[in-house]
Write a protein that binds this ligand. Structure first.
Ligand code: MG
Length: 370
């Protein structure tokens, strides 16, 4: 059993907790100081209720509600709080995983089942008492389901998915809400007529079980495995052409992917960092159920993060791609035809580049970086 903790509107909640004047008012945290010329980096629930969400240009957010409260992002404050929460959770002496800045997982397999809910309640109460912010907890038999459960009753929720409500819960959740199903795999399954998580279960029952062994403890144990891998690049000038920006994201994604494969690692979290005159410093991450070390896939996830900035492509000066949530690449039989084909292609490309030199063969789009 896994107990997944997902902080509610983390950055915005921290700001509200620190400044009681902001409590309950629609609030956005901006990527940088200038409130009219940046991007929403986090929105509290009062702002979300108005249709404001992270990634939206602040100008747009203000056009929705002109009295919006604004605080510039203070990453060090959020990292500090995240680490304090991690320390608090260590106190439970259960295998613990730092999944992202606002998500944590406890392996509660050794914990009595009937006490799991009271443990979840206690953790929520502890977090609230110490930091004056709320978390949503999901409890289920594996990583994927517990993460899904944590999302169902946000904010301040506690949801258990077990045998008694498994079907009923999965029927209610549309497939694209499932971690890792927002992209191509999800679309191809939707095209086959699968609509809800329950449809997926009926077609691929193993999908919800394959993740059972996925829990990777990294609670500060000495571990030769790196925490993340990244590449970044500062462009010679501010780049206006979105194709060139996309080409760089692809190239950096491929560079990270090659290193992951060399070390037999796969990643679940992609972090994209962009810097430009209009957006300031923007960083966001996306965690998916499906592990990858495929540069194309990493790039697709990074582009999805960039899409949060809106339909208009911003001017870009520097780009970074990082992969986190790393684990050993344990071979699994690909489920979809497309995956089998990709796997063969990547192996062939690695062999060619190993034999004839790095970058002998490369994705066509990266030619725009030359
Ligand atoms: Mg969260």
């Amino acid at each position: 059993m896994v107990l997944h903790i997902d902080m509610d509107a983390f950055f915005a909640s921290i700001e509200e907790a620190i400044n009681p004047r902001l409590k309950g008012k629609p609030l956005i945290v901006g990527s940088r100081g200038n409130r009219m010329h940046t991007v929403v980096c986090a929105a509290n629930y009062a702002a979300k209720a108005l249709g404001i969400h992270s990634g939206m240009p602040t100008k747009r957010a203000y056009s929705i509600y002109y009295k919006l409260e604004f605080v510039p992002a203070d990453q060090s404050k959020y990292i500090w709080t995240s680490e304090q929460i991690f320390e608090l959770l260590k106190g439970y002496n259960l295998p613990l995983n730092y999944a992202s800045i606002d998500e944590f997982q406890l392996d509660i397999s050794a914990y009595p089942d009937q006490k799991a809910v009271s443990l979840g309640k206690e953790i929520k109460a502890q977090i609230y008492a110490n930091f004056n912010i709320t978390a949503s907890v999901g409890i289920a038999r594996n990583w994927l389901l517990s993460k899904l459960a944590s999302k169902i009753n946000k904010p301040d929720g506690l949801t258990v998915i077990d045998d008694s409500n498994f079907e009923q819960t999965l029927r209610k959740v549309s497939l694209d809400k499932l971690c890792g199903m927002g992209g191509k795999d999800g679309q191809s399954l939707m095209a086959k007529g699968l609509r809800t998580c329950w449809d997926l279960y009926l077609n691929l029952p193993g999908f919800f079980d394959n993740n059972a062994g996925k829990f990777d403890e990294n609670s500060g144990k000495s571990n030769e495995m790196p925490k993340s891998m990244s590449h970044s690049y500062t462009l010679p000038k501010v780049e206006l052409n979105p194709q060139v920006v996309r080409a760089w994201i692809r190239l950096l994604s491929e560079m990270v992917a090659v290193r992951l494969r060399q070390q037999d690692l796969v990643s679940q979290t992609v972090h994209l960092w962009l810097d430009g005159p209009e957006i300031g410093s923007f960083g966001a991450q996306k965690t998916c159920q499906a592990q990858t070390n495929d540069g194309y896939e990493i790039c697709q996830r990074a582009l999805k993060i960039m899409a949060k900035l809106g339909p208009k492509s911003p001017k870009i000066r520097a780009i970074g791609v990082a992969c986190g949530n790393l684990s050993r690449d344990i071979y699994h039989q690909p489920l979809l035809k497309e995956e089998i084909r990709r796997e063969g292609l990547i192996k062939a490309l690695d062999r060619i580049n190993n034999r004839f030199g790095e970058g002998v063969i490369y994705p066509a789009i990266t030619a725009f970086t030359r």
